[in-house]
Design a binder for this molecule. Sequence first.
Ligand SMILES: *Cc1c(COP(=O)(O)O)cnc(C)c1O
Length: 436
Amino acid sequence: MTPDPRRQVPRTDAVLADPQVAARASRLGRELVRSAVQVAQQRVRAGELAPDDVVPAVLAALPGTASSLSPVLNATGVLVHTNLGRAPWSTAAVEAVVAASGTTDVELDLGTGRRGPRGEGALGALLEAVPAAEAALVVNNCAAALALVATALGGELVIARGELVEIGDGFRIPDLLVSTGARLREVGTTNRASVADYTAALGPDTGAVLKVHPSNFVVRGFTRSVEVAELAPALAGTGVPLVADVGSGLLRPHPLLPDEPDLQTTLAAGADLVMCSGDKLLGGPQAGIVLGRADLVQRLRRHPLYRALRVDKTTLAALEATLRGPVPPVRQMLDADPAQLHARATAVAAALRAGGVEADAVEATARVGGGGAPEFPLPSAAVALDVRFAEPLRAATPPVVGYVEGGRTLLDVRSLQPAQDAELTRVVLEVARRWT
Ligand SMILES: *Cc1c(COP(=O)(O)O)cnc(C)c1O
């Protein structure tokens, strides 16, 4: 009589002693591996797995890293996708983070052996990239920069009604500002504001005039908003700082995005402080960047709240490498030539057809995303597949996220890096193979 395999469940310590399993345990941690062993043992008891297959099953079930976050191929056509972690980092940024992740000289002057200024390299790179700025500060994200400005400059913040923006997922800038104890002095109407509206609102309690770029919507028709260049001269001599949240993180004007404000131009136009996110069009890590007048930046840095909002060594490393290193992926995606995008989609579709999968290259429309340039469709190209691909592609390894339009699954290549096209092809073929 053959023994019942359920009675031959391999012992936990025997499985953990397997050299391959032990190697994974030293990389991923013993607890993670132990729970995968327990799952496999349970399957043996249930008669679903042969005792000899426990080790391969454990190895197959273990993740690549000790984190549950895994890489995803972004074929949504949204370049900066908040749900997909916004900007993918440049290789230079990844390498800088690995180098800085151990003990590092983030706040030590190795020449004198004394404490040094924190993150000097990243701040220097920002000032080089935006020459109109006298000083720079980096905090956790743009929301943190707004909170710090509202807290430190405080009192009454003068802001146009048309700029009381909800960024996404219920994040409303006016709610954030008020949560710091600052008061809002709203000026103008939903569609219009004038310089006189702003100046009439100034008073002894005014802490700052705040301009917020309405980055995810446009108001059309009978509208008027006041540009920084008009407002700055009107505020000159009042002592009230003009602060502009430009959101997207463009360093300089970009020809494809004429309505998107940039840091250099906004400061040169007379803003006293500008702020933006690090992980949108700047293409780097999550961060809030504040640039402008040295005395105001110093006031923010000295405020006790700054300590709660400052960034860690790896963010500083990634930001500096993003600014000093090669053009980051988001910028390459933004600058990609539509003809080349079409050639990429055509090549992927041809490789899929050669593997027996029905696929065509089609024209598509990509977007900046992440609350940026809502009006600027970016001409792009996509691989069109049977609509039934959408769901299994999201469950594949790595997952591929596209979108469904006109009864087909579309995989936009603008939001992918060219080096990812081969992997995209491989995953689609694998999903198709499992079907048939
Ligand atoms: C995206 C955005 C923010 C929020 O930035 P985070 O870095 O996500 O905190 C604030 N203001 C504007 C104008 C934005 O576009």
